[in-house]
Design a protein around this ligand. Structure first.
Ligand SMILES: [Zn+2]
Length: 120
């Protein structure tokens, strides 16, 4: 992929993820404030457990988006040192179509399917 195009796409993805983190953090602090206003008796308080659930969801989403920003940053660093598009695991070329779909990916499809825990 053309490095300038890749850079643009990564920058856009980073901006999206950062904006998402910002709005989820704002929502999280609203949820936390609402929870503080609730009575401590969560067990008999459906509203309280809903808030706890939402808080857990938001924390998980913020963590995922934060990881995503880190992955985009790593991809940008690889663009900088000329290793972008090369698989981190096997050193082979990552297919163009894969980079189109997942500009921040660091591994080829073969290695991605080998990495059980990897989302990519
Ligand atoms: Zn590979």
């Amino acid at each position: 992929m053309d490095p300038d195009i890749a850079r643009g796409r990564l920058a856009a993805e980073r901006a999206d993820a950062s904006a998402l983190i910002g709005s989820m953090r704002a929502r999280l602090s609203a949820v936390v404030d609402a929870a503080v206003d609730e009575h401590a008796d969560d067990e008999h308080d459906p509203e309280g457990s809903t808030l706890a659930f939402e808080r857990g969801q938001l924390v998980a989403q913020i963590e995922r988006s934060t990881e995503r920003v880190a992955e985009v940053d790593a991809a940008l660093a690889r663009l900088g040192d000329g290793t972008y598009g090369r698989c981190l695991d096997c050193g082979g070329d990552i297919a163009e179509v894969r980079l189109e779909a997942l500009p921040a990916t660091g591994v080829c499809i073969t290695c991605a399917s080998r990495r059980h825990r990897s989302r990519w």
